[in-house]
Design a protein around this ligand. Structure first.
Ligand SMILES: [Zn+2]
Length: 227
């Protein structure tokens, strides 16, 4: 085997790590935007609910007005026919009670409308923010996507040039997510990372013949001298 194959192996590993990091960046960019969209949906749902509350309070108010009018007419009728004071005053009490409920409802409507105005204002600010952030996110994502396509292209070229045993072993070893990466070297007759002793035969196969070998203790791939 040749040193070049190991150089390619290293480059593939480094490109794969870059790819993972770029993919993560894109996910983060998109998550930022989707969080803002969630907030917008919540605010929209809130305005729908507030409008419903305003409308039901207004129809309760209209109902109270009708009842006040009816009670006033009845009171006037009793008054006109010279009915007794007690009957008349029971209508007065009813009308007072209705007017009080009407005032409570009016206050409620005013509060709801204020909250509705605040929510609408918040939403229009949010729309502006979403526009700005989308522009930013779209341009970031576009940039990262271009980088990713370059990486993919280079990776596929490298993988084509590499014997299958190299790429298969790299995939298997990289999947273990070892600290400091999937590679090691022979240093003073031992694995550089785990200090596992390497026989002279193995050392010569790795460094001189450039054979593909892994450390039997930490399973990292040996890079030959010069790679
Ligand atoms: Zn080792």
């Amino acid at each position: 085997m040749s040193v070049e194959l190991f150089m390619k192996l290293k480059e593939i590993e480094s490109l794969s790590r870059m790819r993972t990091s770029f993919e993560l960046q894109n996910r983060e960019h998109n998550a930022r935007l989707s969080k803002l969209n969630d907030t917008r949906q919540e605010a929209h749902a809130r305005t729908v609910k507030l409008r419903q509350e305003v409308s039901s309070a207004n129809s309760a108010l209209a109902d109270i007005e009708v009842r006040i009018r009816t009670a006033s007419e009845q009171k006037q009728r009793l008054f006109d026919i010279g009915s007794d004071e007690k009957k008349i005053s029971s209508f007065t009490t009813e009308i007072d009670g209705l007017e009080e409920s009407g005032l409570v409802l009016l206050e409620e409507v005013a509060q709801l409308e204020e909250e509705l105005r605040d929510t609408k204002e918040f939403m229009s600010g949010l729309e502006k923010t979403i526009l700005e952030i989308s522009a930013e996110v779209n341009s970031d994502v576009a940039g990262v996507t271009i980088e990713l396509s370059h990486i993919e292209l280079r990776l596929s070229l490298l993988l084509n040039e590499l014997p299958t045993e190299f790429s298969t072993l790299l995939v298997k070893t990289a999947a273990k997510n070892l600290a400091h990466g999937p590679f090691t070297r022979v240093e003073n007759g031992s694995c550089y990372f785990c200090r596992f002793k390497i026989s002279r035969t193995d050392e010569s196969e790795i460094d001189m013949q450039k054979n593909l070998k892994t450390c039997s203790q930490c399973s990292r791939i040996f890079l030959p001298y010069g790679a």
